[in-house]
Design a protein around this ligand. Structure first.
Ligand SMILES: C[S@@+](CC[C@H](N)C(=O)[O-])C[C@H]1O[C@@H](n2cnc3c(N)ncnc32)[C@H](O)[C@@H]1O
Length: 218
C-alpha cells in the first residue's frame, strides 16, 4: 500500500464551513444519502449544491494515466463515478483507454456526460459485477466511507479483486481533534471515518495492496 495524493492538482475546495454547520439535520442526512437530485443539484445543505462539469478532472486524469502508465486498450473503472466527469476526462487525455464507471445513483447516471453514455453501471460497490483482475486500475474517490464498516471492507476487497495492487482509494479523514470537529460539522453521507492510522488498519484488514489518500477539510 502506498500513500499518494493523485488529487494534488484538484482545486482546493472553497467550503463555507460556517454556512453548513448545524444544517446536518437528520432529514438533510437522509435526503443526501438518497444520492438523488437534492444531493447533486439541490442546496448546499443536502449535498453539492450543483455538481457540474468544469474540466477540473483533466489534470487528475493526466496524473493517473502517468501513475499507472495506462495505454489505449487498458480498462479502468471509476467506482462512485457520479455523472462520469473523471471517466470522460480519462478518455480525453488517453484516447483509446476503455473507461467505465459504477455508481449507486440512477439520478447521476441519468444526468451523465454525453461521452460516457453506456459506460456507467448502476450498482453498489460492496459487490461489483466484473470478473477478477479485469481492470488495469480501479479508482474510488470519496465513496467507500459512505458504507458501514463491514460493507466498507467488502468494497475495498472488491476493488482489490478487480485490480490487485492497482487501486486508488481516497476517503474522508482528519489528523487532529480540530480537523475531526470540522469534519463532523460538515459531513452528510460518510458512515465510516478514521484518522489515517485507523484507515490504514482497515485497508490492511481488507487485504488491500493498492494506493490511497485522504480528503481532509481544513
Ligand atoms: C462524494 S460523491 C463522489 C463522486 C466522485 N467520485 C467525485 O469525487 O466527484 C460519492 C459518490 O458515491 C456514490 N455512492 C455512494 N454510495 C455508493 C455505493 N454503495 N456504491 C456505489 N456508489 C456509491 C454516490 O452516488 C456519489 O456519486
Amino acid at each position: 500500500m502506498t500513500e499518494i495524493n493523485l488529487l494534488r492538482r484538484y482545486p482546493k475546495a472553497k467550503r463555507n464551513i460556517q454556512k453548513r454547520t448545524g444544517a446536518q439535520s437528520a432529514e438533510n442526512i437522509r435526503i443526501a444519502r438518497d444520492y438523488g437530485r437534492d444531493y447533486f443539484d439541490g442546496s448546499r445543505d443536502t449535498g453539492y449544491g450543483g455538481y457540474r462539469y468544469d474540466g477540473r478532472w483533466v489534470a487528475i486524469a493526466e496524473d493517473m494515466v502517468a501513475h499507472w502508465r495506462l495505454k489505449p486498450g487498458d480498462r479502468v473503472l471509476d467506482v462512485g463515478c457520479a455523472k462520469g466527469f473523471l471517466v470522460k476526462d480519462l478518455m480525453k487525455v488517453c484516447p483509446g483507454l476503455e473507461v467505465f464507471g459504477l455508481d449507486i445513483s440512477d439520478y447521476a447516471l441519468m444526468h451523465c456526460e454525453p461521452e460516457t453514455v453506456g459506460r456507467l453501471h448502476l450498482g453498489n460497490c460492496k459487490r461489483m459485477p466484473f470478473p477478477d483482475a479485469s481492470f488495469a486500475a480501479v479508482i474510488a474517490i470519496n465513496v467507500v466511507h459512505n458504507l458501514e464498516r463491514a460493507e466498507c471492507i467488502a468494497a475495498v476487497r472488491e476493488i482489490e479483486r478487480l485490480a490487485p495492487g492497482r487501486g486508488y482509494i481516497q476517503v474522508d479523514s482528519y489528523r487532529t481533534p480540530e480537523e475531526r470537529d470540522i469534519f463532523l460539522s460538515w459531513v452528510l453521507t460518510a458512515k465510516t471515518h478514521y484518522d489515517p492510522a485507523g484507515w490504514r488498519a482497515l485497508l490492511a484488514e481488507a487485504g488491500y495492496s493498492g494506493d490511497y489518500y485522504w480528503t481532509i477539510i481544513e
